[in-house]
Design a protein around this ligand. Structure first.
Ligand code: NAI
Ligand code: MG
Length: 333
């Protein structure tokens, strides 16, 4: 039995996490949940955005499934996602993007996984404003160790999952220092995994190639800002943010989360689509070594997605969140 920290989150978070829990229960997945919230809901109740009890739980379980969280607007509120990523050194942001029958997309045959460096680069938090001169700096810090870790993680993933190619997206032609560190790190990792093809592409060309011929990509690795942008672009290739999974992974902890937000416009209506969170939960099952349970639920999900009428409104159906979950359960073999 695996103990997993469950962070329901805000807005539609509790509705979609409940759907995932119901599907796991029906599939008899050997997971028990330790529920600990964070975000607007806990802030309203206790004045804390990230309660200590959540941190304690994460330190115990080392694995979490997290619903979307509303970061209160206003000064002094740091993003909870960024805080957790940095505090626990969750340096890999992993985002698979795959076209799926039943989910509308302009493309077919897309099946790629993006590895975004999650703790450094332009999001290192090294920012200053010189009032006297009216100049602002936001520093993109890339460490040799950090670059090596993310590049190696991408190649190791490719090797483990039978993928053929890793593409580094970079801007080393202009960013002679930080860009070069990534280029060197990727080449080093490529030498360690000679069975995996390696190529590098300059980020602007990469964007053009991704929207014209996305089937050519397999595993992509890149720095924080480029990865942030590319990951949403890749979601757009396969049906949008409502259907893609995400994982924040470190050497000894992983937090799995849907990449969409708390959708305040539809919260409480029972119509949110749980697909993105469910797919994130499936990545979690793989991480936990529960491959069989993962495949079984994934097949049931894919079967459900093929039938529009079994799906939620955003996918063209009319099922509620709970009905959708029940349809997945009914499709379990
Ligand atoms: P959003 O992703 O919450 O919503 C954008 C649009 O997509 C809305 O129309 C919403 O109804 C729809 N949508 C999102 N998820 C859906 C789902 N599962 N099923 C059906 N429709 C769905 O983005 P928005 O409005 O910019 O942000 C709302 C709040 O979420 C903000 O407070 C933001 O900070 C937070 N947020 C949190 C994230 C996280 O915790 N990972 C990520 C992005 C935003
Ligand atoms: Mg983003």
């Amino acid at each position: 039995m695996h103990t997993v920290t469950l962070i329901p989150g805000d807005g539609i978070g509790p509705e979609i996490t409940r759907a995932v829990q119901d599907i796991f229960t029906a599939a008899q997945v050997p997971v028990q949940w330790e529920e600990q919230n964070a975000g607007q809901t806990t802030f309203d109740q206790s004045g804390e955005l990230i309660p200590q009890s959540l941190i304690d739980s994460l330190e115990r379980t080392r694995v979490a499934l997290k619903g979307p969280i509303t970061t209160p607007v206003g000064k002094g509120f740091r993003s909870i996602n960024v805080t957790l990523r940095q505090q626990f050194d969750l340096y890999q942001n992993v985002r698979p993007a795959c076209t799926t029958e039943g989910i509308a997309s302009r493309y077919s045959g897309v099946n790629l996984v993006l590895f975004r460096e999650n703790t450094e680069g332009l999001y290192s938090g090294l920012e200053m404003f010189d009032e006297h001169h009216g100049i602002g700096d936001s520093i993109a810090r890339v460490s040799v160790v950090g670059a090596r870790k993310i590049c190696r993680a991408a190649f190791a993933y490719a090797a483990k999952h039978g993928r053929k190619k890793v593409t580094l997206a970079h801007k080393a032609n202009i960013l002679k220092v930080a860009g070069k560190i990534m280029l060197d790190a990727a080449q080093e990792a490529a030498r360690e995994f000679p069975q995996i093809q390696y190529e590098d592409k300059i980020i602007d060309n990469m964007c053009m190639q991704l929207v014209t011929k996305p089937e050519q990509f397999d595993v992509i690795v890149t720095t924080n800002l480029f990865g942030d942008i590319l990951s949403d672009l890749c979601a757009g290739l396969v049906g949008g943010l409502g259907v893609v999974a995400g994982a924040n992974i470190g050497d000894d902890m992983a937090i799995f989360e849907a990449v969409h937000g708390s959708a305040p416009d539809i919260a409480g209506k029972g119509i949110a689509n749980p697909t993105a969170l469910l797919r994130s939960a499936l990545l979690m099952l793989e991480h936990l070594g529960e491959k069989e349970a993962m495949t079984r639920i994934e097949n049931a999900l894919n079967e459900t997605l093929k039938h529009k009428e079994q799906c939620t409104g955003d996918l063209g159906g009319s099922a509620s969140t709970q009905q959708f979950a029940q349809n997945v359960i009914n499709n379990l073999k």
